[in-house]
Design a protein around this ligand. Structure first.
Ligand code: AMP
Length: 283
């Protein structure tokens, strides 16, 4: 496995692979890899001849007061995880390699990016769409792998690929959790032991609501209230949002008639965590 830092070098590897007739999978990440990331890489390896993992803390998707400078980084460990999962290349560029100093071109999206995380992170998805577009142009993958953990991001990327005719298959992968249910996230490292325990409220509140939906509850308001009530039992938790939205349009729904996404963002101390579940009334 190779760690590549330059776009030019990566392009020449891709060209060579294409000459050999290889299919290519891409797994975009911001590094500090855990089992959730690894599950995406393993799936990509099983479905493609060659796999590129990008490992880049993308500055354009962070707001001015967010955690860009403190975001955890450990390239050596990341490379070991990628190698073990069977990746062929880790693409680890410096920000200067990815963005010209006077970069003024961005990929922006209306609609889907305005609600949920877009409300409190208004420039986030512009950064995500821009960097993912750039990676798609550099790697030209057949398939790209994204986690359901970031459900809004997955819906946004699917829509961008459709709207801009990227011709790349987007593969969604299930949320990988710690044994006690907490969704794995690089940001979990910010949590103190007390906060780590408190963070369980995200999965606990969502699981209870999912059971209600499975038992036949179709009223979105009732499910939201149940989630809010449960989160409020945890003193260290502060709700950013709790929403039930259509799984494709991400528009809020009043009742469950089609596949939905129940998504939450909750501050545990200073750390903002997200989690969700998908539910289909026919299932
Ligand atoms: P990140 O490095 O946090 O930007 O995540 C890179 C990719 O890994 C995204 O597609 C995430 O949705 C995915 N991912 C992160 N955490 C998990 C998880 N716990 N389970 C599944 N996928 C995940």
């Amino acid at each position: 496995m190779q760690v590549v830092t330059s776009i030019e070098e990566l392009r020449s590897i891709i060209k060579w692979w294409r000459g050999e007739g290889h299919s290519i999978g891409l797994v975009p990440t911001m590094g500090y890899l855990h089992e959730g990331h690894k599950s995406l890489i393993v799936k990509a390896v099983s479905e493609n001849d060659r796999v590129v993992v990008s490992d880049f803390v993308n500055p354009t998707q962070f707001g001015a007061n967010e955690d860009l400078s403190s975001y955890p980084r450990d390239m050596e460990r990341d490379a070991a995880v990628c190698e073990e999962a069977g990746a062929d290349v880790v693409f680890h560029p410096e920000p200067e390699e990815m963005y010209f100093e006077d970069n003024c071109t961005f990929v922006d999206m209306d609609g889907l990016t305005k609600g949920l995380c877009g409300k409190s992170r208004p420039t986030h998805f512009r950064g995500v769409c821009t960097v993912v577009s750039k990676l798609f142009h550099i790697v030209t993958p057949d398939r790209a792998y994204f986690g359901q953990k970031d459900a809004q991001q997955l819906a946004v990327i699917r829509r961008m690929v459709r709207d801009l005719n990227f011709g790349i298959s987007i593969v969604g992968c299930p949320i990988v959790r710690e044994e006690d249910g907490l969704a794995m996230s690089s940001r979990n490292t910010y949590l103190s032991p007390k906060e780590r325990k408190a963070a369980l409220i995200l999965h606990k509140s969502l699981s209870a609501a999912e059971e209600m939906a499975k038992a036949g509850e179709r009223d979105a308001g009732k499910l939201i209230s149940a989630i809010v009530k449960s989160i409020k039992t945890e003193p260290l938790a502060r709700i950013d949002y709790v929403e039930l939205v259509d799984a494709e349009t991400l528009e809020p729904v009043g009742s469950i008639k089609a596949p939905i996404l129940a998504a939450i963002a909750v501050y545990i101390g200073k750390t903002r965590l997200i989690d969700n579940f998908s539910f289909s009334p026919e299932a």
